[in-house]
Design a binder for this molecule. Sequence first.
Ligand SMILES: [Zn+2]
Length: 279
Amino acid sequence: MRGIHLDVAALTTAPVLCYHRVGGPLELGVTRVGRSVFARQMGALARAGWRTLSLDEFARTTHDVRRTFLLTFDDGYASLAEYAYPILADLGFTATTFLITDYVGRTNDWDVRYTWNRLRHLTWQQVEQWRARGFHFASHGATHRRLTWLPDRDVEDELARSREVLVERLGPYAGRAIAYPFGAADGRILRHATAAGYGLGFGGVKGTGEILNLARTPVYLWDVADVPVGLRSDAIGSLGRTVAHVANRCAIGTTIMQVARRRTARPPESIADGAAARA
Ligand SMILES: [Zn+2]
């Protein structure tokens, strides 16, 4: 573990790790990380001198601040409050969680084919409790639709509606950042995000490095070493990020299932399985 650089394109910012589910029931997909793996990784990073950044610090910090990273969670499952946040609080770490705002306090019918079980999302009460303890929350869209496949009016609705509810509930700071569902963003989406009022945007592994399309490395279930590949500067890190990029692309299966559900109006149980990753 020598450096912190994600890759050449991301040299101006600290690396960004992205977890989805931590602990809880097993699933068909690859984005669940076991509680013990998560606890070991965070403990190892803390012992090695790594420190997490708030969104503000991340936006201000350049790459020469060694061993700092932005820790993010997508989707906002309730198990974060049960397993992940307490581990982080014990270590003095913080994190930013990107919420699917229409699903706060509800179960996950948007990706139940992957999780097998109906899982709860965080409630607003839990969000407010953890925000009071120094954790941060931001947007992952209103309904987790792939924005690049939507017409302009739907993109505007997803971006504006989720930002509005975050600002209303949590104040202006919560309306600052968005992580695009599936990491899918292009020039059109970035223009909409700017118009909606976002100042920071997070894409996939191959984010362009623009302030509204920053790269993140997802941590998938095979990423079990003490230092996740997103924080490694060696050949293993490079290979791992390529694998993560491929898995992230495979998340297209979730989108196809969502589209199929909307078209058929059948319950999610009747839709065939897609690819094995979601984002
Ligand atoms: Zn997601």
